[in-house]
Structures are given as structure tokens and as C-alpha cells.
Design a protein around this ligand. Sequence first.
Ligand code: SF4
Ligand code: SF4
Length: 451
Amino acid sequence: MGYHLVRALEFLCPVCRMADSSKEKIIKGIEEEFEGRYPIRPIAERDDKIEEDLAKGIQKNLELLHRYSRPDHLSYYEEILTTSIRVNELKLAKEEERKIIGIFCNFVPQELLYACDSIPVRLCAGTYETIHPAEEILPRDICPLIKSSLGAKLLGLGYFELCDLVIIPTTCDGKKKLGEILNNLVPVWMLELPQKKDIGSAEGLWFDEIKTLRERLQQFTGNKITGKRLRDSIELLHKRQEVFYRLHRLRRHNPPPINGRDFLLITQTGFYDDIDRWIEKTEGLCDELKHHLQPATHSSPRLLLTGAPIIWPNYKVLNIVEEAGATIVADELCSGTQFLYEPVEPDEWTDEAMLRAIANRYLLPSTCPCFIESSDRIDRLLSLIEEFNIDGVLYHLLRLCQLYDIELYRIRQVLKDRNIPMITIHTDYSQEDIEQIKTRIEAFLEMLSNR
Ligand code: SF4
Ligand code: SF4
């Protein structure tokens, strides 16, 4: 890094009193984070057949859902996920010089992104069709979520193509190397997570990381994150969490007013859509659901879903389970309830307190298995089992995701001690194992009904 450039920026930049290493990092953010001396040369090309197959899979999911009587408000979420409405809106936003920032996982504070007038979109992908192109670069023996996400970029599909920048937290090994590869195609910043979640780590590495991210975003977007802007963003996201929590709680009712597939459809529309519109529509949906609650009955088995993320349109396991007569009434997925669960709650509205509250919120409640200890995840599962009156647990494992696989033994043991039945489904994004999964799920549901 040129000394003169650093000195020149000190006059302009609000971080001039930071340690030299932090300055280096911010300045790298303006330019690039990776050295990239040996770039990869991808050859995947856009293929209409892939998009046709993708559209067919989406259509099949919708046909299954449309066989049930569903709330009118759901048409909005379907429209966002199946048409180019939002993509076109984002293109317009780009023309107005707003930055579109792609994020992975649940660790990138959206409050900071909104406060610098950028637009976040979550890029973790659930499309089987984009896996094969990614296997040109990635080994076959790697989690399908990673391959699917890279494939979406290689093929230039959807939201990925609009991103000016992608931020990836250093969670599992796959995500770390995905960052290095993607950086050949779009600027990537890695967000360094601590290995442990305790406050000591948060105050050190993680809090500094969040402060540095704020400075880098200011530089990247050219918009200063003032105290007022940050407070406004925190309050905006509070509104989103409030309505999400209202929807989440409605699922405690028996029978639940909404099934698990629709719940994920609603949640994951929030990955991309305009946040004000999502809040307004979800408030309307909650009102509609509240007026249509049915009298309490002994309904279908109530399942809790945990494990590796399930992302639209990869509804294979959900379709099998809910078509077999069970309902997923709660989940612990990072692509489900975890995405919108906790609010940021500063003790006071000072800059320092807001940033600290943001750092805590994005680290401490996370039950991602990338951290050393899994007790928090087990506590969350037990509390959901009680709150949602759960009959059985569905543990979703994506092949080659070691983290969730390693945590399985301990969780199975805890649930067995409490006499809570659990089924483990080990799968990927392909359709080849549908019949085998169906047979196992049916046997599990029969066992639940005989208890
Ligand atoms: S489980 Fe953790 S690492 Fe995997 S996608 Fe979710 S937040 Fe990211
Ligand atoms: S499913 Fe597992 S391997 Fe895949 S991105 Fe998430 S944590 Fe990493």
C-alpha cells in the first residue's frame, strides 16, 4: 500500500485515528481485498435449458402449494420470487447510483448496509441447476449450497449479476474458498468471524471487524453513516423483526394457519425484496391469518425443522414431509427463523452503543454450527420444542456439510434422553433420492401417530 495514498486519505477519511492495520484494511476495501495474482478462468456459459429447468422446478413447487386453500396475501411473495419485478427495481436503483451488496449467511449487519443507502440481497442459493456449471471449478465433494451459489454467478443469473460487491463471513471452509474464487468475478470482502461466541471475542476481533466494515462501506458507497442514519436503520429493522415475530408466533396455534413451505417462502422473499414493502405485506398477511384461525383440534404431526439451510426453490424435503401429512410449525434454520429473529437493542443511541449492539446481535444469538460450541443450538431446539408443542424433529443434513453432521450425535443424544423422536435426512439438491426419503418419512410419521 502506497504510503502517500494512506497519508492522503487520512485527511479525508473519518478513520484517521485508527491503528495502522485497520487503515490498511479500509484502504484495501476501497481497492480490493484479494491479491488475486492467479485468477481462475471460468468457462460456464449462460444456458437457456438451465433456466427452463429451473422454471419447471419452481412451477412444480407452486402447483403443490396451490392445491391447498391459502391466504390471499401469499400471491405477493410468489410474485417476487418468480418474476423479474424485483430484479428490474434493482436495475433502476443501480442507475440511480445505489449500490447492491450481496451477502452470505446471517452475519453481515443489514443495519450498516441500509444506513449507507445500499441495498442488501442474500445470495445463498438453492438451485440444483446451477451446481453442474460450478463443478468445473469446485470439487464434486463439496456442499451443494456452495456450488449452487457459485454456479448462479458463473451463469450470470438473477440477483448475483446485479451485485456491486459481495460480503462473505468466514464461517465454514467452503464459504472461505468461495470468497477467493468469487473475487475473480465480483469484488468480495470477507468478514472475519471469531471461532467462539463469548463476549470477550466479540469485543475484540468481532467488534473491530464491525467498525471496520462501517468505514469500508462509507468509502465504497460514498455515503457517511451518521448516528441518525444508523438509528433509522436499526428502527426500520426493528419493524421487520416485530412483524416477523408476529408471524412466527401465529404458528403456535393448532392447527397452524400456515405451513412450513409457505413460511419459508415468506421469509426468503425478505432476502431480496424492498424492506418497506415486505413489512407492509407481512403485516397484512398476519391480519389475514389471525382472522382465519381455526378452532383448536388435534391436527397433523407438528415438526420442528433443524440443520443445514433449505433455500427456495430446493423444496424437495419440505414437499415430501408436508405432502405426507405433517406440518413444519417451527424451524431453527439460518435460512428461516434465524434470519429475522433477534432485534438490535442498544442501551442508548450513541454511536458506540449502536455499533456494539449490532455486533452483539449478529454474533451472540447465532446457532450456526461454525462456532466451536453447540450448546446454544441445543438450548434453542429445546425451547422451540416446548413453545411450539412439537411431536418430532426433522434434522436436515446436506451431504458433505461436516459441521451439521458432527453436531448430530450430541443432538440425537439430548433428544433421546427427553424421549423426543427425530428423523435425520441426509440429502443434496438432486431429485434422485425422493422415493427413499418418502419411505423413511412415512414410516417416521406413522411411528409418531402410534405414540
Ligand atoms: S449454517 Fe452458518 S455457514 Fe451455513 S449458510 Fe447458514 S449461517 Fe452460513
Ligand atoms: S451447509 Fe454446511 S458446508 Fe454448506 S455452507 Fe452451510 S455450513 Fe457450510
